[in-house]
Design a protein around this ligand. Sequence first.
Ligand code: SAH
Length: 237
Amino acid sequence: MDARGVSAPREQGGEASDPYAVARRRMVEEQLRERGIRDERVLAAMDDVPRHVFVDPAFVQRAYGDHALPTAEGQTISQPWIVARMLELLEVGPDDRVLEIGTGSGYQTALVARLAANVFSVERVPSLLRAAQQRLTDLGVKNVALRHGDGTLGWQEYAPYARVLVSAAAPRVPEALRAQLAEGGVLVIPVGGPKLQHLEVWRRLPGDRWRHERRGECRFVPLLGHDAWREMPEGSA
Ligand code: SAH
């Protein structure tokens, strides 16, 4: 077993052992590849990680649909396309250490774990964190460390990170996340108001210079914390 985690089904005997393998393959082809996702490593990871394990049992039949789904505590597991898009923009390499803010269900964490050397993921809701930890353990994903806390402060202990991924909507890029990004690193974050954000890609260049670009609109649940919204903003997702 590989520390990056296994989607047991394929390795244990093909699609017959995973009733969702066909739906997952279709998700990859129709929702992702046909709609512009090009990064083969990302596509392979999306084909590999069993999304149905990460959704609420009530929604398992819809796990591979083209939409976000509600999870516990009023949070969401993002639409597959936006998850793939963020991962593509992040340009994760196999030797990278990645900081993720907003573990949620742990689905995106499992994907990053397949693409990177190590993932450090912070979640503010303890019950979500516990459930995510259990799923990742059950899937045999070993290169992930999870922590309960305010992700707007990052995770200083393991900084700097080659990549930082924020999967909640932020009013601005939190200072600590910039500080914990390595030179040459990339940070992907939805920035904007509570109802609508732009997916922003920030690159840290030598000499603490920064370049950033906006790559399309998105709608995430709010990032709540010290260097973001202090309380749930009106009209949020
Ligand atoms: N990527 C996740 C979806 C995340 S939804 C998945 O694949 O399931 C956004 C998550 O960010 C929620 O779980 C929410 O509780 C969390 N969150 C919001 N503010 C946070 C903060 N300051 N620190 C850490 N997590 C936060």
